[in-house]
Design a protein around this ligand. Sequence first.
Ligand SMILES: NC(=O)c1ccc[n+]([C@@H]2O[C@H](COP(=O)([O-])OP(=O)(O)OC[C@H]3O[C@@H](n4cnc5c(N)ncnc54)[C@H](OP(=O)(O)O)[C@@H]3O)[C@@H](O)[C@H]2O)c1
Length: 322
Amino acid sequence: MKTIDIPNTDLTVSEFCFGTMQFGNKVTGLAIDELFNAYRDAGGNFLDTAHCYSVWIDGQTDGVSERIIGDYLRRHNSRDQFIIATKGGHPPVANYRRNDNGYLAPYRVMADIDDSLSRLAIDEIDLYWLHRDDPRLPVGEILEMLETERKRGRIRYYGGSNWTSERLAEAKQYATANNMTGFVASQPRWNLAATTEFYKKEKRQNPGILLTANNGDVAWHTETGLPMIPYTSTANGFFARRGEAPKHWCTQEGVARYQRVEKLSQELNASPNQIALAWLRHQAFPVIPILGTSKVENLKDAVGAANVSLSTAQVNWLRDGD
Ligand SMILES: NC(=O)c1ccc[n+]([C@@H]2O[C@H](COP(=O)([O-])OP(=O)(O)OC[C@H]3O[C@@H](n4cnc5c(N)ncnc54)[C@H](OP(=O)(O)O)[C@@H]3O)[C@@H](O)[C@H]2O)c1
């Protein structure tokens, strides 16, 4: 894998990030080291986790994914080999001990950072994500809170996950006016199966749900150059599973895109999953996809996308067809 310098930071990250939402539930025991080692051996250095991973699993205590990363870094004495990104400020969900709805209130986010630092057993979080937006709050209040944490030396940089481009633009404007770096990246859901039909099924403005980047968001990233670090980048294995599953990605256009992916995969001698991931990597702005597999075999296939080169014509054709 190549490395990418995230603009306006001193973070140099591998071109694929590794997400650990499944760690502690689907990924346990020896599989933890097998996956981390395989990712590191492929040149990976960028890990994504969250304060709430994965409280929706029955019997799970919050923070197990962060604890597993902390444990791995300690056992392998490898803190300096990884860029650690975690998230906080998630709204209340079942099993998640939030006693009110002020999930981006400073006391709440600061308490989340306390927990994350302690579970990860690190002094500073390299990239801190707000897991959701709270559109009831002015962006200035949110950025000032994050700046306080940055100046305290608890987070190095920060970004917004599941933020609309309209709110990202407001944040950018506030940061510029106040001489701040502001958000250095955004983390929406995005992949080649995210089609207009898919967007229609999704309610975008509810901060309690996941936000898939739409055409407007992509145009905004193209215009501003803000890096995107998208999750669900393989559409839950949709392209690896012949465009037939999971069902929620199977829109008419999604299946048509799969068919184009399949065709190109034969021409380029790459797997369909690699073509779909390479498509993300060949956008007009920096895109660093987050991989979410629990299997070494699938991880190795995914990072192999780093070897796939696409022309601009191929990128456009995969999206729009002839
Ligand atoms: N900010 C947010 O709100 C948010 C939300 C969701 C996720 N995330 C982050 O993003 C990461 C990735 O998200 P995600 O898990 O949704 O990504 P994803 O890779 O699109 O989905 C993972 C699922 O796809 C399957 N899959 C992947 N490669 C496959 C292949 N080659 N063949 C068959 N199935 C395959 C996996 O099964 P196997 O395990 O069997 O491979 C797993 O069930 C998470 O770990 C987390 O760090 C962030």
